[in-house]
Design a protein around this ligand. Structure first.
Ligand SMILES: [Fe+2]
Length: 435
């Protein structure tokens, strides 16, 4: 067996290993070239287990059911006598079967034996994000870091992961420090740039966030998988300052164009932005319709409730209430077959389905119902994944529903909570002013 760039043994020809190493570099920088390099590795040697595993993970990380089904094709019949490679095949099998949590545990176990397995670290980090597990977003990378040489050429990407983990755990100062160190290692470290952006969001430092993202624009506005999402962050900063023109301009320019309407995670960002504008009763024009149409064209299988919730936002926003209700009905049916939907079933049953029902109630104008369903689960939303910043769209919906339902006392509590966390929040102060 040959060794990869971290010194770990892997099966495959010299050419396949070289392509795999390059693919990993692109993966860490969120560059689309990761696909071509992975395909080149697979073509060079189909028995290269790590290349096949990487290709399967790329599908799974789209968070869309057809891609998960397709992922099975890359590892079908594949086995390995190497414990690390076999571990990856097990994790992939669990994830394809809907056991996202099981896949996460398997990758954790694998990393306890091979803490320099960069694929397990990178994929595991994203899996922690999909599962909303802030503790492991920080813990997984924290456990691995002591086993890495700080002079290793990939070390900066690890710091970027650490930055995001620290941020989701509320350690904003440490997160910013790690993120900036990561960027110093690799200017193209868009995950680290994104993590530092999050620290500004969570601290309510909105103008500073815009200034920071602008200072890094040469990196994140190039062709990479985080371009749309980082644009969304910039738009959120603008929205917080009630600069709807700037936010909608970003939406038109980057968030909601033909190509971005092909992937669920990018569609979620577009809808999340438009919904926040909608909550402020600012007209978004005809922007909902293409987004709703894009969601309507997606596979209806319940696979990742975070996406389904954003599909509901788009349907309600576009006035397609019946289609929003239909998504809820599908979720109610899917919960009855939990053996097929292990992790998603858990997320739906505990918070995802109530959140979906609360959103459709909001669409019907039944704000009291939205509050009665959403309030009890408002501290449990992390189970359906995403970041604090992304889930904030649901917290905002709850606050607006409470205000519109005339539940002034509860709305005041929600405003106070927001202002304690972000004293400079223009939006929270504005909501309070409406009570
Ligand atoms: Fe983010």
């Amino acid at each position: 067996m040959l060794k990869d760039q971290t010194g770990l043994l892997m099966s495959g020809s010299e050419e396949a290993v070289a392509h795999y190493n390059r693919a990993i570099g692109h993966l860490l920088a969120f560059q689309p070239e990761v696909v071509a390099q992975t395909e080149a590795a697979r073509a060079a040697d189909p028995s290269c287990v790590m290349a096949q595993a990487l290709r399967a993970y790329l599908g799974l990380m789209s968070s869309e059911y057809p891609d998960a089904v397709n992922a099975a094709r890359f590892v079908k019949g594949l086995t390995s006598t190497d414990a690390r490679e076999a571990g990856h095949l097990s994790a992939i099998g669990q994830w394809i079967a809907g056991d996202w949590h099981g896949a996460s545990r398997t990758l954790d176990q694998l990393l306890s034996l091979y803490p320099r397995d960069i694929l397990a670290l990178s994929v595991g980090h994203q899996l922690d994000f999909f599962l909303g597990e802030a503790g492991n977003l920080r813990g997984r990378i924290t456990r691995a870091l002591p086993h890495w040489d700080p002079d290793h050429h990939l070390y900066g990407y690890l710091l970027g992961m650490q930055a995001f983990g620290l941020e989701e755990c509320g350690q904003y100062g440490a997160a910013e420090k790690a993120g900036r160190a990561a960027i110093a290692h690799h200017a193209d470290n868009v995950w680290a740039i994104h993590a530092v952006g999050h620290t500004y969001e969570m601290r309510g430092l909105f103008q500073e966030g815009i200034t920071f993202l602008d200072s890094q624009s040469a990196s994140w506005t190039t062709s990479n998988f985080l371009k749309v999402h980082t644009s969304w962050h910039k738009a959120i900063f603008a929205l917080e300052q009630q600069d709807y023109g700037a936010a909608l301009a970003i939406c038109d320019e980057t968030l909601s164009f033909d190509q971005s309407l092909r992937t669920a995670l990018e569609m979620a960002d577009a809808g999340s932005l438009l919904w926040r504008v909608h909550l402020d009763e600012v007209d978004v024009g005809t922007r909902w319709e293409p987004l709703a149409e894009a969601w309507a064209s997606k596979d209806p299988t319940c696979w990742y409730v975070f996406n389904d919730l954003h599909a509901i936002l788009a349907m309600v926003g576009a006035g397609r209430q019946a289609e929003a209700e239909a998504i809820v009905t599908r979720m109610e049916s899917a919960i009855l077959s939990p053996e097929r939907l292990v992790s998603n079933g858990l997320a739906m049953a505990s918070a995802g389905l109530p959140a979906a029902q609360a959103l459709t109630a909001f669409g019907r104008g039944d704000y009291g119902r939205t509050v009665s369903i959403m309030a009890p689960i408002r501290h449990q939303l992390s189970i359906f994944g995403g970041s604090h910043a992304q889930r904030d769209v649901f917290q905002r919906t709850l606050l607006v529903a409470a205000r519109r339902a005339g539940q002034t006392g509860f709305a005041e509590i929600l405003c106070q909570e927001r202002l304690e966390a972000r004293p400079a929040s223009v939006w929270a102060a504005a909501q309070r002013g409406l009570l």
